[in-house]
Write a protein that binds this ligand. Structure first.
Ligand code: PPS
Length: 303
C-alpha cells in the first residue's frame, strides 16, 4: 500500500495500541501476540544487526552503515525509507501495514537489520550464527527527553503523560522495550562474549570521524578519505533532518505527527538540562547511582 493511501485511511490501528509485558519488558500488543515468531527469527551469519535502546541514535547509525555499504553513494541511500532499507525485526504490524519482521524475511542477504530488544530477548539464532552487531548507547537523561517527545508525536507508543510522570515511568522501566538501565548494562556485558561493537552517541557527536572509523574496521571495509568526509557530511544532523528517506516524514501524520515534535528534534547532547528541574535531576541521579552500581559502563551527559 502506498504511503499516500495509508495517509488517507483513518485506521483504527493509528490509535495508541495496548501494551503487554514479555518477561517483564513492556512491548506493544502486536509484538506480544507474535512473540514466538520474533523469538524464532532466523538470523544469518552475514547479517549485520544494529541494536539500540530506543532514541539512542539508531537512525543515525543506520544511515552511517548504509552509506558505508554503498561507498558514499547518496542516491543509493535514498532508494527507500530507513525502515525499509534496514528492517526492524521485532516490529510486527497488522495488515494493511507491512511489518519489519516480514520485510526482513523477504530481504536478500546480506541484510542489515534493526532491533531495540534487550540482549536477553534477542532471537538466539543471532548468537548461534555469530552475526555482527553494532550497539549504540546514549546517556539516560537525553534518551529520556528524546523518548518523551517521541512518545508525544508517535501514536504507536504509550502516551507519556506529563514530563514528571514520564521520568517516573522511565526510571521504573515502564516504557516500551523496558528498562534503559538493564538494556545498556546487558549489552555492555554481552560485548565481551560476542561480535559486538559498543558505541556511544556522545562520542559520535563529538568526533564522528573517529567513531565511523571504528565502524569501518568492524565491518572490514576500507574507504577513501573523500568518501569518509562525504559520509560524515551526509549523516550530520542538519542533513539528515532534511532527508525524507531518513527523517520519518513519509509516514502518515496519524502515526507520527511531526507538528507535535519532529522525529529529528534537536540531535544534541545535554538537552536534558532544558527539561529537568533541580529536584528532578537530584532524584534521578540518586536512583541512577543505585541502578548503575557495580558496572564499568560510564556515560557522559555533556560534551
Ligand atoms: S528510534 O525511533 O528509536 O529509532 O530513534 P533513534 O533514531 O534511536 O533516535 C532519535 C534521536 O536521534 C537523533 N538523531 C541524531 N542526532 C545527531 N545526529 C544525527 N545525524 C541524528 N539523527 C538522529 C534524533 O534527533 C533523536 O534525538 P533528539 O534528542 O530527540 O533530537
Amino acid at each position: 500500500m502506498s504511503l499516500e493511501k495509508m495517509n488517507d485511511l483513518n485506521l483504527k490501528e493509528s490509535t495508541r495500541p495496548e501494551n503487554k509485558e514479555i518477561n517483564g519488558v513492556l512491548m506493544n500488543k502486536w509484538i506480544y501476540d507474535n512473540w514466538d515468531k520474533v523469538w524464532n527469527f532466523q538470523a544469518k551469519s552475514d547479517d549485520l544487526l544494529i541494536a539500540t535502546y530506543a532514541k539512542s541514535g539508531t537512525t543515525w547509525t543506520q544511515e552511517i552503515v548504509d552509506m558505508i555499504q554503498n561507498d558514499g553513494n547518496v542516491e543509493k541511500c535514498q532508494r527507500a525509507n530507513t525502515f525499509d532499507r534496514q528492517p526492524f525485526i521485532e516490529w510486527i504490524m497488522p495488515p494493511p501495514f507491512h511489518s519489519g519482521f516480514d520485510l526482513a524475511m523477504k530481504m536478500p542477504s546480506p541484510r542489515t537489520l534493526k532491533t531495540h530488544l534487550p540482549v536477553q530477548m534477542v532471537p538466539p539464532s543471532f548468537w548461534k550464527e555469530n552475526s555482527k552487531i553494532i550497539y549504540m548507547a546514549r546517556n539516560a537523561k537525553d534518551c529520556l527527553v528524546s523518548y518523551y517527545h517521541f512518545s508525544r508525536m508517535n501514536k504507536y507508543v504509550p502516551d507519556p503523560g506529563t514530563f514528571e510522570e514520564y521520568i517516573e515511568a522511565f526510571m521504573n522501566g515502564r516504557v516500551l522495550w523496558g528498562s534503559w538501565y538493564d538494556h545498556v548494562k546487558g549489552w555492555w556485558d554481552a560485548k565481551d562474549k560476542h561480535r559486538i561493537l559498543y558505541l556511544f552517541y556522545e562520542d559520535m557527536k563529538e568526533n564522528p570521524k573517529k567513531e565511523i572509523l571504528k565502524i569501518l574496521k568492524f565491518m572490514e571495509k576500507d574507504i577513501s578519505e573523500e568518501i569518509l568526509n562525504k559520509i560524515i557530511h551526509h549523516t550530520s544532523f542538519d542533513i539528515m533532518k532534511q532527508n525524507p528517506m531518513a527523517n520519518y516524514t513519509t509516514l502518515p501524520t496519524s502515526i507520527m505527527d511531526h507538528s507535535i515534535s519532529p522525529f529529528m528534534r534537536k540531535g544534541i547532547t545535554g538537552d536534558w538540562k532544558n527539561h529537568f528541574t533541580v529536584a528532578q535531576n537530584e532524584k534521578f541521579d540518586e536512583d541512577y547511582k543505585k541502578k548503575m552500581e557495580g558496572t564499568t559502563l560510564i556515560f557522559r551527559t555533556e560534551i
